[in-house]
Design a protein around this ligand. Structure first.
Ligand code: GLP
Length: 359
């Protein structure tokens, strides 16, 4: 794990924006070989998005060949609600850059079948060959995405009930009224994040200091899901000075010494590997869920005027192949279990984000 410490949150955000730009550029993405980027919401990434937008406007970076997957979304909050993560992403990022609408993937917290929506999301990630770089924030209780304390460290995209701490923390976006905060979310799982080729976490502010300490210095523990990244081969945590307040001086000095020795994390990312889109098959005997359940078609909600990109996900033929099953270990593209050996050859990503190079 690499830890980069900057004095202020602005400097930490600049660092991450630089890093993302450098990774996208080194990948030299094309339409057929896009850069697959996982993205978060929250106050912490706001400055990162601002910097990315500014540098896009300066002509330094294009997102035309970038495909994004957002970490999470509230359940039941209308898409055009100002606090939905759809609204957040368009307001702070998507509306200001050249990413094609069809390249944007955000979980639909109003889907008629939430389990199917989660399975579809995982399948869409798999079809792109996995996520190259997953950017995330961290909650004060150490959660990443909405993987609250106690979440399985092998979890995949699913419905998650929010913890009291998170409802309290996020009530600031809902007029400080906890009753207005949705109680449930759709979120990528810890394993979904672990499968990304690299993970970059932004942690800023003294209120994140305990989470950073538990995540970095404590053992791997499902009560502080950030700590799972200790097992990731390419995890980078970028903090401001305040977020390091609970770390041992020794820990801080060690991570600073790595940078002082001339090792720049921005040029030390994992080797970029081309992972082609792939067909994710469905095991025999499953996948007819939709037909069996006769799920009613719900009219898509109208996109608000200020959200200029239409994000409607058009269910395609491919979705009939999904296995809408909340038991993540039984999902068709699971890298952690339940994978029929006859299907393994069709998948291009394996456990812990390591990649298979295609010929
Ligand atoms: C929410 C999001 C997380 C985010 C966390 C921290 O719970 N689901 O993805 O990391 O908030 O947000 P903030 O950066 O506002 O502290």
């Amino acid at each position: 794990m690499r830890v980069i410490i900057r004095e202020t949150s602005s400097e930490a955000s600049e660092y991450i924006a630089d890093y993302i730009i450098s990774r996208i550029k080194s990948c030299e993405p094309t339409e057929d070989r896009p850069f697959v980027l996982g993205l978060p919401t929250g106050s912490s990434p706001e400055k990162i998005y601002k910097t990315l937008v500014r540098r896009h406007r300066n002509g330094e970076i294009s997102f035309r060949n970038v495909v994004t997957f957002n970490m999470d979304e509230y359940v039941g909050l209308p898409r055009d609600h100002p606090e939905s993560y759809h609204s957040f992403m368009y307001k702070h990022f998507f509306s200001h850059v050249d990413i094609p609408p069809q390249n944007i993937n955000i979980l639909d917290g109003n889907a008629p079948d939430l389990a199917a929506e989660c399975a579809s999301f995982e399948a869409r990630i798999a079809r792109y060959g996995g996520i190259e770089l997953f950017l995330g924030g961290v909650g004060p209780d150490g959660h990443i995405a909405f993987n609250e304390p106690g979440s399985s460290l092998t979890s995949r995209t699913r419905v998650k009930t929010l913890a009291y701490d998170t409802i309290l923390a996020n009530s600031r976006f809902f007029g400080n009224n906890m009753d207005h905060v949705p109680r449930r979310s759709l979120t990528v799982g810890i394993q979904t994040i672990m499968d990304a080729h690299e993970v970059v976490i932004v942690a800023t502010g003294a209120h994140k200091a305990l989470a950073v300490e538990k995540g970095l210095e404590g053992g791997v523990n499902h009560m502080w899901t950030l700590s799972a990244l200790q097992l990731h081969p390419y995890a980078l945590i970028v903090c401001d000075r305040d977020a390091t307040l609970e770390l041992k001086v020794k820990t801080v000095r060690y991570f600073e010494s790595i940078e002082q020795s001339g090792t720049d994390a921005r040029t030390q990312g994992p080797p970029l590997v081309y992972r082609p889109r792939t067909y994710v098959p469905v095991p025999v005997g499953v996948g007819k869920f939709h037909q069996r359940q006769n799920i009613p078609q719900i009219a898509p909600q109208k996109a608000p005027k200020d959200l200029r990109i239409n994000t409607e996900f058009n269910p395609s033929m491919e979705d009939d192949e999904l296995t809408p099953d909340s038991m993540s270990s039984r999902m068709v593209d699971s890298a952690i279990g339940g994978l029929d050996s006859t299907l393994k050859g069709d998948l291009f990503f394996d456990h812990m984000g390591s990649r298979v190079v295609s010929n």
